[in-house]
Design a protein around this ligand. Sequence first.
Ligand code: CAA
Length: 269
Amino acid sequence: MAEPSTHENAPDVRVERDGSLAIVTIDRPKALNALSPDVLSALLGAVEALAAEGSAVRGVLLTGAGGRAFVAGADIRSMAGRTPEQGEEASRLGHRVAAAIEGLSAPVIACVDGFALGGGLELALACDFIYATDASSFGQPEVHLGLIPGFGGTVRLPRAVGLARAKELIYTGRRIDAAEAVAIGLVVRSFPDRESLFAGARATLAEVGANAAPAVALAKRVLVDSAGRRTESATELEIAGFGDAFRTNDMREGVAAFIEKRDPVFTGV
Ligand code: CAA
């Protein structure tokens, strides 16, 4: 079972550990886990602490507490009275969190149970993929507030669902349910309830965890870094990453095991 973390960053963000698995929970249910600057700073600290653990962390689940929301967006109350410069600063902090999540070498699954709106959806999009309960809903409602997505929605949503669908979702601000989110490729898998959501996410991370960890980390680095690049530049990243795999013991073990017709014994280096 998950143990309480030794590095609890702030009351609003909890990190629990279950062996090499980390469960990061945004825990501000009274505001549907809205991302205030304090929550974002705590989340950044939590993710950076996990990054500092290196290969000791083999998988991360990111979720929201309270049963109603993953995250209902950036904190709207904190936006009132901001100058344009403060608006930019707020956006930059959200982007730092998203980049820190993408920078983790371990896979991160967003476990969405409820609303994933605005900055909440953007946070989920920074994870490697999204699993959700059937009761979840998704949207970029910023235009209803006179805003635009500020934590990466204009960048990562088109990559996930295509440019036209992203434009439609962002221009209308409409909310979609989990079934539609699965149909357009925003959500990879949906589950009837929270329990099966977490069981499914853990099972996926266990399946990934049986593989060569350096290879998974290299694949993630190349996939993340090549997104949005031109073909030639993206393929150069893959070429370099493929070469880097040859530096690892796990690659030698994986290939040797295949040739010797036995199961590989990976050590994660
Ligand atoms: N920021 C701050 N507080 C929020 C919030 C948010 N994004 N979302 C919900 N809350 C608060 C509500 O103000 C309310 O607090 P009080 O009880 O103190 O009034 C509490 O959470 C519960 O919310 P509701 O009473 O509104 O619950 P509901 O069930 O009637 O509606 C909802 C749920 C449809 C999600 C609705 O809360 C809502 O529309 N929230 C805002 C969603 C949104 O616009 N998100 C985008 C924010 S902007 C953004 O994210 C910019 C960016 O890209 C960085």
